[in-house]
Write a protein that binds this ligand. Structure first.
Ligand SMILES: *[C@@H]1O[C@H](CO)[C@@H](O)[C@H](O)[C@H]1NC(C)=O
Ligand SMILES: *[C@@H]1O[C@H](CO)[C@@H](O)[C@H](O)[C@H]1NC(C)=O
Ligand SMILES: *[C@@H]1O[C@H](CO)[C@@H](O)[C@H](O)[C@H]1NC(C)=O
Ligand SMILES: *[C@@H]1O[C@H](CO)[C@@H](O)[C@H](O)[C@H]1NC(C)=O
Ligand SMILES: *[C@@H]1O[C@H](CO)[C@@H](O)[C@H](O)[C@H]1NC(C)=O
Ligand SMILES: *[C@@H]1O[C@H](CO)[C@@H](O)[C@H](O)[C@H]1NC(C)=O
Length: 440
């Protein structure tokens, strides 16, 4: 019936088919264990007045732009463990993930940390790295290797295995990367907190990322890269600073997707209002203290999430996503940097930010972007994809920016910013930007 030769090739084809399926399976498995994840740093301290519905609403907002979970920055306050019970309930019903980022600037009892990790260790929302619970920190190197080794072994004796990827913040210099690993044999990965220039008027480079990523590459845990849009705090004295962040939200993401390609991106932050890098909405239930309201109230950052959504998709798929509708996201401070305000003090590094309105165009096809404020107008043509532009503040007082998208000489969308840029009448030093957007 069938000649031998075709039987042979039939078998050969079957083997090939199996090998092909096996290959597909291997690729699929590799993607499951190596999938790029994106978390946002969430200040659990802020949840004092939260109901479960607050968690659900913020997690849904985060999930809608591709964020996989929150890194819970937990301080040693009693109420936080109770709020975290709600956070887990909300996360479980959404399929959202959580891991702890212990704020080690607080004084922690190791047994409390062990109990906190153990408490929700079997929740489906506990984020696992290679089947172990990922645990991170803010700082904590001063507790010493012995503390971290015994923290891990205390959990291990309860059958709980963790992957420790702390942000030991004194490790920033690329040349200290090898000593991090030799000084702390109990760490499995690393979280580089430093996502802003270090008190300089220059853009951040990837030198720290690449050095620490290489240093932990032979360990079992992840290299977590921080990506942040801004940094400004004004609490008085040593806590008054701004870092040069004018175009950071664009170029830092490009460093992540093109150059560093970390295991995990951690956005700093979801809700750290006092440092002006929140991308979540301002939840009115959060008590902001006495000074932060002067520079946070009304300074919405929601449109920064649209930029995040674009780059998160790029990070996860490995290629720039197709843009479906034209959008311009813009941000600007409302006072010129030379302003004299009646209270507070000028922040450190105040000379570095440019007095300008910044705009990031995310376009599906070529358009002309108009940025105007007072007597200044800048037009630039941008092709499909992402392009940044800016227009300097004008000398006149009390001006509102105008942003337009036009195609072939016809304006297809335009808007004004919702806040004035003023050169006089300042009552408190504020370098936090207002963020808006316009969509065709
Ligand atoms: C553990 O979870 C329970 C609720 O399931 C909560 O009452 C308790 O405070 C939690 N303890 C810690 C240490 O997280
Ligand atoms: C920082 O990078 C932006 C592009 O993202 C560039 O326009 C700007 O000039 C750079 N700033 C400095 C101080 O080099
Ligand atoms: C995952 O964990 C297993 C069991 O501890 C270990 O043998 C393996 O090396 C780990 N995988 C990676 C990629 O670190
Ligand atoms: C910018 O473009 C607008 C709209 O197309 C046009 O009216 C204006 O003259 C242009 N301004 C400059 C400075 O090129
Ligand atoms: C800036 O100027 C506008 C127009 O004069 C005024 O309405 C607004 O209150 C000023 N903004 C602040 C924060 O003082
Ligand atoms: C602009 O005009 C050119 C030439 O008439 C045309 O090919 C192009 O499709 C137009 N672009 C848009 C966005 O309408």
């Amino acid at each position: 019936m069938f000649p031998r030769v075709s039987q042979g090739s039939g078998l050969h084809a079957t083997v090939q088919k199996f090998m092909f399926l096996f290959l597909i399976l291997c690729v699929a498995l590799a993607r499951v264990t190596d999938a790029q994840r994106v978390f946002a740093h969430f200040m659990a301290q802020n949840s004092y007045s939260y109901a479960e519905s607050d968690w659900t609403s913020e997690m849904t907002t985060a999930q809608n732009i591709g964020i996989d979970g929150f890194a819970l920055n937990i301080a040693a306050n009693d109420y936080e463990v109770d709020r975290i019970v709600d956070a887990y309930a909300a996360a479980e019903s959404l399929g959202f993930k959580l891991f702890y980022s212990f704020d080690m600037t607080d004084t922690w009892k190791q047994s409390d940390m062990v109990n906190i990790v153990a408490n929700h260790s079997s929740s489906p929302s506990t984020f696992l790295w290679n089947n172990t619970i990922l645990v991170s920190t803010y700082s904590g190197e001063s507790y010493g290797e012995g503390f971290w080794a015994s923290f891990k072994s205390a959990l291990q004796s309860q059958g709980i295995h963790i992957t420790l990827a702390p942000a030991f913040t004194t490790y920033r210099d690329p040349s200290s990367a090898a000593s991090l690993v030799s000084t702390f044999p109990s760490i499995d990965g690393f979280f580089n907190w430093w996502s802003w220039p270090a008190d300089v008027g220059a853009n951040l480079t990837t030198a720290t990322d690449l050095a620490y990523q290489a240093a932990v590459s032979s360990l079992s845990g992840p290299y977590i890269m921080s990506v942040s849009p801004w940094q400004f705090k004004n609490f008085g004295g040593a806590s008054d600073w701004v870092q040069y962040s004018d175009t950071l939200w664009n170029y830092r993401w490009q460093q992540a997707v093109n150059d560093v390609k970390p295991d995990i991106v951690e956005i700093i932050s979801w809700d750290d209002y006092a440092e002006s890098h929140y991308i979540g909405d301002i939840n009115p239930k959060v008590y902001l203290g006495t000074q932060a309201p002067f520079y946070v109230d009304g300074f919405i950052h929601a449109a920064w999430r649209d930029v995040a959504q674009y780059y998160i998709s790029w990070f996860k798929t490995g290629s720039a996503p197709t843009i479906m509708k034209d959008e311009v996201v813009f941000w600007y401070r409302v006072w010129s940097k030379a302003i004299k305000c009646s209270t507070g003090t000028l922040p450190r590094n105040a000379a570095y930010p440019e007095d300008a309105v910044f705009a990031l165009a995310m376009l599906k096809d070529t358009a002309t972007i108009t940025l105007a404020i007072g007597s200044n107008t800048v037009n630039f043509t941008a092709g499909p994809g992402v392009t940044m532009g800016s227009v300097p503040f004008p000398p006149e007082d009390s001006q509102v920016p105008y942003i337009a998208i036009s195609k072939n000489g016809t304006t297809v969308a335009d808007t004004h910013g919702s806040m004035y840029v003023n050169h006089s009448g300042c009552t408190y030093y504020n370098f936090n930007p207002f963020v808006g957007s316009i969509t065709e």
